[in-house]
Design a protein. Structure first.
Length: 451
């Protein structure tokens, strides 16, 4: 009995220590089993308390009356599948007649408390089927990306969602994006994750960093073109517009429109072209868009209008030619001048880190997901890197990118420097970098032999 007591005390102490220091390990060893048991035993009573049950149907009442049996109880949604994950549980439910997916979504906070989970989110998979994703601990407190992720061309994992799923930046689905955030909100780390993820793919990176290049120029070995001031940025953007027109001419020449060609073989963008003829896609990263829109003199105003016009043209027409925009800034409102709201309307993907006022959050989500505005202004100062992401569908989620230091991003770009494509239209903007140093010779305690 004494040995059993000592063993039980050690197991409880180990569980408490893991829950405090390594919540992910605690979840995989103890938490997932305890959570599954809570869901199994409490499910019916919790659903009834949360108002997610329906009364028995008329034929069941009639059958009970004829058989002289007790009145049947209300029925909860049927569990189709209960699947444990590395961060929580996934519960798939089949709704009863008369229930709605919105009812389940409105009860997620009550379900979180009832099942003793850290967070619960719901989404409708198809008509009558709802998926509940439950997290057992705060996955955004210490972000650990899974070792195996789904990497496809122009689709990279950049952050972790609050429900434990991976947040991907898919440029073919959401071609242009806007990232907002105040100083020290984690915007630069998010951008480094983007660059590090794209560095391993066959893509041309083009950067505009008007802070004298302090953010993007350390990564210059993987960039096909860089600009560190508004004057050079204007020339670079106009060169990209010219490159876009050349790509469209190539697509038009290869459309192969005839009565004998199936519709699926007609080229409408670069991804419909044969692989040996397909131009390399281009991702344009603008570090601080306000520096391109501000002006103090008449000449600077003319330059600013040309820059915004070029950005709007790239946002409107660049997707089919394989040009994608990733624009970052602290604010992105109409006070930056004419054309800004037109540009913002073309940026489908929105990501907002901590902002200093509600107006900045409205700039990101006011026109696509008003519910995300409140979530964006509630991000605490002591948790840099947490952001709210959404798109034109109206859905949104809280995410956090893993911390990537500048040295880690530089090492990744240097390792994939051989993938940097040479674009003739942007050759004059290619950054001049020194060759990588050779590997140092091993030190020896003995002096080398002399002839």
């Amino acid at each position: 009995m004494t040995a059993f007591t000592v063993t039980l005390v050690l197991v409880v102490a180990a569980a408490g220590l893991l829950r405090w220091r390594r919540p992910a390990w605690y979840w995989l060893t103890f938490g997932v089993t305890l959570a599954a048991l809570r869901v199994a035993f409490r499910y019916a009573s919790v659903m009834d308390a949360c108002g997610l049950t329906v009364p028995p149907s008329r034929w069941r009442l009639t059958l009970a009356r004829v058989a002289n049996r007790p009145v049947p109880e209300s029925r909860a949604p049927r569990i189709l599948r209960l699947r444990p994950t590395r961060t929580g549980l996934v519960l798939r439910l089949k709704l009863r007649p008369g229930q709605d997916a919105f009812d389940v979504s409105a009860a997620t906070d009550r379900l979180r408390h009832s099942f003793g989970m850290y967070g619960v989110t719901s989404r409708e998979l198809r008509s009558g089927v709802v998926e509940l994703r439950m997290t057992g601990y705060d996955v955004l407190k210490r972000v650990q990306m899974p070792a195996n992720t789904d990497r496809t061309p122009m689709r990279i994992p950049v952050a972790l969602r609050e429900d434990g799923a991976i947040h991907y930046r898919d440029y073919r689905t959401v071609p242009h994006g806007l990232t907002l955030g105040a100083t020290e909100s984690g915007k630069s780390v998010y951008q480094r994750n983007l660059v590090a993820g794209l560095a391993a793919q066959d893509v041309a990176l083009v950067g505009i960093d008007c802070k004298q290049g302090v953010e993007l120029f350390p990564l210059a070995r993987r960039f096909s073109a860089l600009a560190d001031n508004p004057d050079t940025a204007l020339e670079l953007l106009e060169a990209l517009v010219s490159h876009m027109q050349d790509v469209y001419q190539l697509i038009r020449a290869q459309q192969r429109i005839s009565v004998n060609v199936p519709d699926a073989d007609i080229a409408a963008d670069i991804w419909d072209l044969p692989a040996d003829m397909r131009p390399v896609p281009v991702v344009v990263l603008v570090d601080e868009v306000a520096e391109l829109a501000l002006f103090a003199t008449k000449d600077e105003e003319k330059r600013r209008d040309r820059i915004i016009t070029a950005l709007v043209r790239l946002a409107q027409l660049g997707r089919a030619s394989g040009i994608y925009l990733e624009i970052c800034g602290q604010r992105f409102g109409s006070e930056l001048g004419k054309g800004i709201t037109m540009l913002r309307a073309q940026l489908t993907g929105r990501t907002a880190h901590r902002v200093n006022d509600e107006a900045s959050a409205n700039m990101a989500f006011g026109d696509i997901a008003p519910d995300a505005v409140l979530a964006a202004i509630q991000i605490p100062t002591e948790t840099p890197g947490i952001a709210v992401t959404g798109d034109s569908s109206g859905g949104w989620a809280r995410i956090r990118a893993p911390h990537t230091s500048l040295r880690q991003a530089v090492n990744t770009c240097n390792r994939h420097a051989d993938r940097t494509p040479d674009l003739p239209a942007l050759a004059v903007f290619r950054p001049a970098v020194a060759p990588l140093p050779a590997a140092p010779a091993p030190l020896s305690k003995t002096a080398p032999a002399t002839a």
